[in-house]
Design a protein around this ligand. Structure first.
Ligand code: HEM
Length: 408
């Protein structure tokens, strides 16, 4: 979010301007909003085509370019690992980790935004980076926590002391990642089935700095959107008792292994519910990018080096593309529903190729599992749920969203 204004107002202004100006308009001298679905797809596709990683530090020291490594290789390696990680056994482990985190908080009056974040991030951490000692996991966890506070808190703290502490925690987390990669490469630590592991084989080409960047990008990716989506799922679950009942009726007869493998077939109501949560409340709200090339977008030109913004949220709430765009109704995803998506490219909660979220499937599985646990293992009580409102930070965040969980 780049505006000095309150983000909720900023987003509201962007929506009005987007509707008035056809989705592509200059926000200021340096930022082009690209909220029109076809333009967003084209810009993303062209901008990231043949993306390579350079090692700027090595380039500067050696005064000659390092070996470029194609980003698509990293993505392919991630997708291969994720394919191996989405078996029945691994999904069951993911759900068990989620249960353990919730079980520890049963009976307390909890901040459900922070609980949702904890459940989503800590259960997903081993997918990104596993085999950590408790101390290492705590160091990585502290860094993820402080970054999250920056993203969701209006007053995350400032001043030099705060900044230095932030940097120190970030450096310590970086040292953990470096040590893990180094020790896996030298055989002093076991190789693991996680998203960091392919980087070990690529270390000779990447070098440690770029390797750290790759692992950090996964940690950043699991540190924000999955938890925000989990909080929004709990929010809609608490506010829509009728939907909670429908989900319960479906999920009580389903084996989690089945909905993990085939969500639409095994638990269609729950899958529609999760899809609608991701339409209404897509995190992150704005993807801020810099153009690597010049583009002609018909009404305007985006020159190389200028900034642009994409936003699944803006597309999902655009009344030109979605009937009753601001109404929560999972049944819009029933085939042939009049208020359903008007075509491909209008429902984009995981972004655009070739940078589209690699965790889309496992992220969806996790949200379905959260619904499953809320319906089968726990009972969620939220006083005055209908009064809870959403505010816009990096993602939509329910305000004063507190409640209690007990065993069902
Ligand atoms: C419901 C949960 C999630 C949502 C809504 C979400 C959403 C997104 C979005 C919008 C992007 C940017 C795409 C673009 O630039 O066009 C992204 C990127 C990414 N996501 Fe997710 N994500 C989720 C879960 C996950 C999970 C669980 C993982 C890892 C296990 C993950 C890994 C990534 C990575 C690595 C990228 C960067 C891809 C690249 O730069 O090539 N995400 N995600």
């Amino acid at each position: 979010m780049t505006s000095p204004h309150h983000p909720t107002d900023f987003l509201h202004d962007l929506r009005l301007r987007s509707a008035a100006e056809g989705g592509v308009f200059w926000i200021d001298d340096d930022q082009l909003a690209v909220f029109e679905p076809n333009a967003a797809r084209r810009v993303s596709g062209a901008n990231w085509q043949r993306l390579v990683m350079h090692d700027r530090l090595v380039d500067m020291i050696r005064r000659r370019p390092s070996t470029p490594v194609r980003w698509s290789r990293v993505r392919t390696a991630w997708l291969t690992q994720l394919h191996r990680l989405t078996t029945g056994e691994h999904n069951a482990k993911l759900i068990t980790r989620m249960e353990q985190i919730i079980d520890a908080r049963l009976g307390e009056d909890v901040d459900l935004v922070m609980l949702a974040q904890d459940v989503a991030v800590r259960s997903m951490l081993p997918v990104a980076l596993s085999g950590l000692t408790p101390r290492e996991a705590a160091q990585i966890g502290r860094d993820l926590d402080q970054k999250l506070i920056r993203l969701i808190d209006r007053h995350p703290g400032d001043g030099l002391r705060h900044h230095l502490r932030f940097v120190a925690v970030q450096i310590r987390a970086g040292l953990v990642v470096r040590r893990v990669l180094r020790e896996r490469a030298s055989g002093r630590r076991a190789r693991e089935l996680d998203l960091a592991d392919p980087v070990v084989d690529m270390l000779p080409e990447l070098g440690m700095d770029r390797a750290l960047d790759v692992v950090t990008s996964v940690l950043t990716a699991i540190g924000g959107p999955p938890g925000a989506a989990a909080a929004s799922t709990l929010y809609e679950f608490a506010r829509n008792p009728e939907w909670a009942r429908r989900l319960g009726a479906e999920l009580r007869g389903v084996d989690p292994a089945d909905f993990c493998a085939a969500p639409t077939k095994a638990a269609p109501v729950t899958h529609r519910f999760v899809k609608e949560v991701l339409r209404m409340w897509s995190p992150p709200l704005l993807l801020v990018r810099r153009s690597r090339l010049s583009f002609d977008l018909g009404t305007t030109r985006l020159e190389k080096g200028r900034g642009y913004m994409l936003s699944p949220h803006m597309i999902h709430r655009d009344h030109r593309f979605w009937q009753q765009a601001d109404t929560f109704d999972p049944d819009r995803f029933l085939p042939g529903a009049p208020h359903g998506p008007v075509g491909r490219g209008y429902y984009v909660p995981f972004g655009w190729a070739p940078k589209k979220c690699v965790g889309a499937d496992i992220g969806t599985t996790q949200l379905m599992a959260l619904c499953y646990l809320m319906c089968t293992r726990y009972r969620l009580t939220v006083p005055d749920a209908e009064k809870i409102t959403m505010v816009y930070r990096f993602a939509p965040v329910p305000q004063k969203f507190r409640g209690r969980l007990a065993f069902a």
